[in-house]
Design a protein around this ligand. Structure first.
Ligand code: NAD
Length: 500
């Protein structure tokens, strides 16, 4: 039986809706892709077909880059105060269409409407930061570097930048890059995840309505072929990437080989350390939200609770109690606190991890495998799952599961816990729950994950701070948003001047 088709009710979007193939946005126009094949975009909550996305390649990328190159000289010559006028307008339009974007995000991704709203809010935050570019991209100067000689540096845009983004935050992650890049005077090509292109379709309509000149922002669709088209294109100066670590490593290497700037944010395995002196009730509630929010498909999900000494017995049962309160369902429904995972294939992958955990001897303290939605039997649902007695060398403790599975582990001492965290390669984020400032400081000092929560479950840096992990979780040096993005999207020109 064919799965049902759904109207995504994307009022005003360019050709979205079940039967349509999405267009690409090039030079200020929605045009057909030159792709030979398409992929389906499905609603994970129902398995209904939302749209078809063209799987474009180098040809589409080249069209977008040519448009961006053409737009660049005039955009670069536009004073920063004028460049941010359409950015302010874009912000207004995002506010006006906030609910619609959040709804599209939930339809294509599956997260709850509340989670979508939070992510759209974070997207708006980034646009707001970029509105401050006349202050942010200033250089510096020093009079009399030698007698009668002055020196100064300006920040200058570099040309065309591109971003390649993942499925888990369809509305937000592209906005970690696009607003900063274009506010700095560059032009831009976005390739959103082929699994969730619809939020960006709507947001690009708003970018167009905001009045950015044709060619300043462009969007192509596709997977690896489009990505390779970006990495190999000589007209692109730099690439921002967010996704899994193996792909991040590949992007970093191939982009750098082709002489580009690259920032590549990869996968995560985030540990939350719970000390015996922590507020256990709070630690349990916050860790549960952190692990199961967005069905565990969050690079900041604390997917391993590492309890020290007697904290293990104090928190284990509480975590199970908290997870039992989670209401699984279609994210658009009120009261639902956890939606489905992104695809049927990903559901199978998570189930496979659960089987591995059982086979390795972890205790299945909460089993979410059997969950079925009464109205949507074909949705990609899983209930929350918790393993206790997890050991650091088990597959479920080592690999990123990216689903609603929490691993609970014990360490005898603080030092032993720190060693476990340090041994792990995917050092994106971590949290510690404690009432001791000494342990909190010591933890921050010793472990590598570079986004750290102290009595906070999701250590998400705001738009004006740098976002990105460490070790195998990050490839590059300049992180996403915050001041790092101004560094990434500009070059510094130094002048040394003497007048006779
Ligand atoms: P993914 O790596 O499969 O895809 C990311 C992007 O790369 C997509 O646009 C996709 O089209 C493209 N891509 C996929 N396979 C490719 C290949 N072989 N060659 C070239 N390009 C390819 O990631 P995903 O499944 O979309 O997203 C989930 C991953 O993203 C998780 O690992 C998660 O931890 C990570 N993530 C990290 C952060 C962070 O800040 N570090 C934030 C969000 C998500």
């Amino acid at each position: 039986m064919n799965p049902p088709q759904e109207q995504a009710t994307l009022a005003g979007t360019s050709g979205t809706g079940a039967a349509t193939t999405l267009k690409i946005f090039v030079g200020g126009r929605w045009v057909d892709s030159s792709a030979k094949t398409t992929a389906e975009v499905r609603n994970p909550a129902t398995n209904g077909l939302l749209a078809r996305v063209p799987m474009g390649g180098a040809e589409d990328v080249d069209r977008a880059v040519q448009a961006a190159l053409k737009a660049y000289p005039a955009w670069r010559a536009t004073p920063p105060v004028n460049r941010v006028r359409p950015m302010f307008k874009f912000r207004e339009l995002l506010e006006k269409n906030f609910e619609e974007i959040a709804r599209i995000c939930t339809l294509e991704h599956g997260k709850t409407i509340e989670e979508s709203r939070s992510s759209v809010r974070r997207a708006v935050d980034n646009v707001e930061v970029a509105c401050g570019i006349p202050s942010l991209m200033q250089g510096a100067s020093l009079e009399d570097v030698a007698t009668g000689i002055d020196s100064q540096y300006f920040r200058q845009p570099m040309g065309v930048f591109a971003a390649i983004t993942p499925f888990n935050f369809p509305a937000m992650v592209p906005m970690w890059f696009l607003p900063h890049a274009i506010a700095c005077g560059n032009t831009f090509v976005l390739k959103p995840s082929e699994r969730v292109p619809l939020s960006q379709m709507r947001m690009f309509e708003l970018l167009h309505e905001a009045g950015f000149p044709d060619g300043v922002v462009n969007m192509v669709h596709g997977g690896k072929e489009a990505v390779d088209g970006i990495l190999d294109h000589p007209g692109i100066q730099g690439v921002s990437f967010v996704g899994s670590s193996p792909v991040a490593r590949y992007i970093y290497k191939r982009g750098a080989e082709n002489g580009k700037r690259v920032q590549a944010l990869g996968g995560a395995k985030n540990f939350v350390l719970v000390m015996p002196d922590a507020d256990m009730a709070r630690a349990a509630t916050v860790s549960t939200e952190s692990c199961f929010g967005c069905a565990g498909e969050r690079c900041l999900a604390n997917s391993v609770v590492l309890a020290v000494g007697e904290a293990y017995d104090a928190i284990r049962a509480r975590l199970v109690d908290e997870a039992r309160k989670i209401v699984v369902g279609d994210g658009v429904e009120g009261g639902v606190t956890m939606g489905p995972v992104i695809s049927a294939a990903h559901r199978e992958k998570v189930l496979d991890y659960i089987e591995k955990g059982i086979a390795e001897g972890a205790t299945l303290a909460l089993d979410g495998r059997a969950f079925k939605h009464p109205k949507h039997p074909d949705g990609y649902y899983l209930g929350p799952t918790i393993f206790t007695d997890v050991k650091p060398d088990m597959v479920i403790a080592r690999e990123e599961i990216f689903g609603p599975v929490l691993c609970v582990m014990k360490a005898d001492t603080f030092d032993a816990a720190v060693e476990i965290v340090k041994r792990h390669d995917l050092g994106n984020a971590s949290s510690i729950f404690t009432s001791s400032g000494k342990y909190a400081r010591e933890y921050r000092w010793r472990v590598e994950p570079s986004m750290l929560g102290v009595n906070i479950g999701v250590a998400a840096p705001m738009a004006f701070f740098p976002f990105g992990g460490a070790k195998g979780s990050f490839f590059g040096d300049l992180k996403a948003h915050g001041r790092d993005s101004i560094e990434f999207y500009t070059d510094k020109k130094v002048t040394i001047t003497r007048w006779f």
